[in-house]
Design a protein around this ligand. Structure first.
Ligand code: HEC
Ligand code: HEC
Ligand code: HEC
Ligand code: HEC
Ligand code: HEC
Ligand code: HEC
Ligand code: HEC
Ligand code: HEC
Ligand code: HEC
Ligand code: HEC
Ligand code: HEC
Ligand code: HEC
Length: 275
């Protein structure tokens, strides 16, 4: 990236430039080939005029203080130099995180890039995905209206985890946050995979007829939890043959019509001998 917003300033402080000239010339005359080298600012010079920057870097610069120095990022100096500020991507390449823009939006001060890290104040998504690939993959695998939201709509600060109940009511009064997550996943809320045996009331809230039938039937099915038969992705419907391998033996079995022609309904079985 390029610091497009960055412009050469016009400097009025002639006095300081006189000082600069003095420092630059202080090296005095020398062999011609050495002159070019000596005619530049050395790293120890910076503190003379930018003491606060040196102090910040030393105290909180982290690896920007230990692994590089002022001149790595400021190869030239105004007023003559134009290459005064290197872009972050001069050194940071090869990771998705370094392909986003506006680094200084979050790393507010490059002289203490982690200590000055702040939460984005503008909506962010690609920025977050540059480190957290998984939520993006889940969102495209199972699109929902959550996928249309910015990450920062829910995660108001970095590492903060919101609660479903902050924004939605439960299906059933008394359902807890942990209950939501037994069926839903935050980044693909319509990819619903109930986990474990859920209370029958959790299904009944939307499937009253089946729950009522099961409550009333005197057959064995009435003793079985919904989730015992309905496993995996919601909605899934099992086949009778998943559990009843050839209930009616031999020749007779082959000529049977579909099971429910005789057995009525999975939740309100008709077992002919009972009649
Ligand atoms: C003799 C004083 C002096 C010394 C020594 C000095 N600077 Fe500066 N520097 C200035 C002045 C004056 C400005 C202009 C400040 C302004 O306009 O805000 C400036 C501006 C800068 C800028 C801003 C560049 C831009 O494009 O706006 C950077 C970066 C910088 N200095 C880095 C350094 C570094 C790194 C060193 C040490 C190698 C250094 N300076 C040494 C006086 C100095
Ligand atoms: C990792 C790269 C990096 C290092 C190391 C670094 N700087 Fe900077 N510096 C920057 C960037 C980027 C900016 C522009 C900041 C902006 O636009 O807000 C900047 C801006 C400046 C400015 C002018 C802007 C201002 O805030 O007034 C000065 C002066 C400066 N740096 C001095 C120094 C000095 C002195 C050192 C060493 C003690 C140093 N920098 C080390 C990246 C660096
Ligand atoms: C001249 C090379 C250079 C430039 C330019 C540069 N960095 Fe770095 N930066 C490094 C090195 C080297 C490290 C330490 C190794 C690493 O983490 O990759 C580092 C580390 C960091 C770290 C982790 C700091 C720590 O203490 O662990 C952050 C954050 C960072 N840089 C952000 C930035 C940002 C933002 C910019 C642009 C404003 C920038 N860097 C520009 C060389 C640079
Ligand atoms: C939306 C905010 C945001 C933006 C924009 C951003 N960063 Fe970061 N960056 C972070 C966060 C958050 C971390 C720290 C993650 C952690 O806690 O370890 C980080 C960590 C880093 C690190 C140290 C960890 C690592 O992965 O090596 C470097 C280097 C870095 N950023 C460089 C950059 C550069 C370069 C840019 C611009 C191309 C940039 N960042 C833009 C939020 C941002
Ligand atoms: C530079 C990489 C980086 C960027 C950019 C980044 N994160 Fe993170 N994030 C991390 C790291 C590293 C952790 C700590 C992971 C851990 O503890 O396992 C983390 C933790 C989190 C956590 C808590 C995870 C947990 O299990 O508790 C959430 C939530 C989170 N980030 C959301 C975001 C959001 C939203 C954004 C965009 C605003 C974002 N992150 C930007 C690196 C990053
Ligand atoms: C509709 C609100 C919402 C949106 C939008 C959202 N999240 Fe989350 N996120 C959550 C909730 C709730 C959790 C906690 C889920 C849990 O505990 O299982 C979470 C957990 C996380 C975690 C930690 C656990 C994990 O799944 O890795 C990370 C990292 C994360 N989100 C990143 C992101 C990123 C990146 C985006 C944007 C692409 C994003 N989130 C968008 C609500 C949201
Ligand atoms: C910060 C608020 C927020 C949080 C936290 C949040 N949601 Fe949402 N959710 C929304 C918004 C906004 C929509 C879009 C529909 C609307 O306007 O109601 C939505 C839609 C949904 C939808 C319907 C999706 C569709 O495409 O029809 C489901 C299901 C859902 N949320 C479940 C959850 C679950 C489960 C959690 C916790 C893991 C959660 N939400 C956390 C704000 C949130
Ligand atoms: C037993 C599994 C289950 C549990 C537990 C569950 N949900 Fe749902 N939820 C569903 C199913 C299934 C749908 C989808 C219905 C459809 O396809 O229309 C749904 C749809 C939604 C919707 C979108 C439709 C609407 O009603 O607005 C939201 C929002 C939602 N759930 C939030 C929650 C929250 C919050 C919790 C926790 C209090 C929760 N859910 C617990 C299964 C569950
Ligand atoms: C929030 C309401 C809601 C909850 C809670 C809910 N469902 Fe559903 N269910 C629906 C809706 C709406 C449909 C039909 C739309 C569809 O196909 O997604 C459906 C469809 C089904 C179907 C398939 C119906 C068909 O004709 O193919 C089965 C089986 C089912 N649900 C079982 C369950 C079980 C078991 C539970 C409890 C673990 C449960 N549902 C919880 C709303 C819900
Ligand atoms: C003993 C296994 C079993 C149990 C227990 C069970 N179901 Fe079913 N359910 C089935 C089978 C098998 C079907 C498919 C019937 C068919 O082929 O038409 C089905 C179908 C459904 C359907 C689709 C509409 C319909 O009535 O055919 C819904 C909705 C449903 N079940 C919800 C539930 C709910 C809610 C519970 C718990 C209250 C539950 N089921 C308990 C086996 C079961
Ligand atoms: C997830 C497993 C499962 C599924 C699917 C299932 N059943 Fe059953 N069913 C059972 C179990 C367990 C029993 C108890 C008797 C046994 O072990 O065979 C049973 C018992 C029965 C009985 C005897 C009931 C009694 O009280 O004597 C009939 C009839 C029956 N099932 C028919 C069906 C039909 C028809 C279907 C398809 C609509 C079906 N079942 C689907 C598990 C299942
Ligand atoms: C033509 C009617 C008819 C059809 C079709 C039929 N059944 Fe039956 N089924 C019966 C009768 C009658 C009984 C009770 C007499 C008995 O125990 O053989 C019975 C009993 C059962 C039993 C209980 C057996 C026991 O030992 O308690 C199961 C389980 C069963 N059927 C499953 C199925 C399944 C699964 C299908 C579909 C593959 C099916 N039935 C198709 C008539 C039928």
């Amino acid at each position: 990236m390029v610091f497009s917003g960055y412009r050469q300033k016009e400097y009025s402080c002639l006095l300081v430039y006189c000082c600069l000239a003095v420092i630059l010339l202080a090296a005095g005359p020398g062999p011609p080939e050495a002159a070019a080298e000596q005619n530049v600012l050395q790293k120890n010079d910076c503190a003379k005029c930018h003491p606060y920057k040196v102090q910040i870097l030393t105290e909180a610069g982290g690896k920007h203080a230990t692994e590089i120095g002022c001149l790595d990022c400021h190869p030239q100096h105004p007023p003559k130099g134009e290459n005064t500020i290197s872009p972050c991507t001069l050194c940071h390449v090869g990771q998705p995180h370094f392909e986003i823009t506006d680094c200084l939006h979050c790393h507010v001060d490059p002289h203490r890039p982690l200590a000055s890290l702040r939460d984005p104040v503008k909506p962010a998504r690609d920025e977050c995905l540059s480190c957290h690939e998984e939520p993006g993959l889940q969102m495209s695998a199972s699109p929902s209206r959550h996928a249309d939201l910015f990450c920062t709509y829910c995660h108001e600060s970095h590492r903060m985890i919101p609660a479903c109940l902050d924004c939605h009511g439960p299906h059933l009064s008394g359902q807890s946050e942990a209950d939501c997550l037994r069926c839903h996943q935050a980044h693909q809320p319509l990819h619903i995979v109930p986990v474990g045996y859920l209370p029958e009331s959790f299904c009944r809230v939307c499937h009253k007829r089946q729950a009522q039938d099961l409550a009333e039937t005197r057959t064995y099915h009435g003793t079985v939890n919904c989730s015992y038969c309905h496993k995996g992705l919601h909605p899934s419907v099992p086949s009778c043959l998943d559990c009843h391998d050839r209930p009616h033996a031999g020749e007779a079995y082959r000529k049977y019509s579909p099971c429910l022609d005789c057995h009525g309904d999975a939740h309100r079985l008709v077992v002919p001998r009972e009649k």
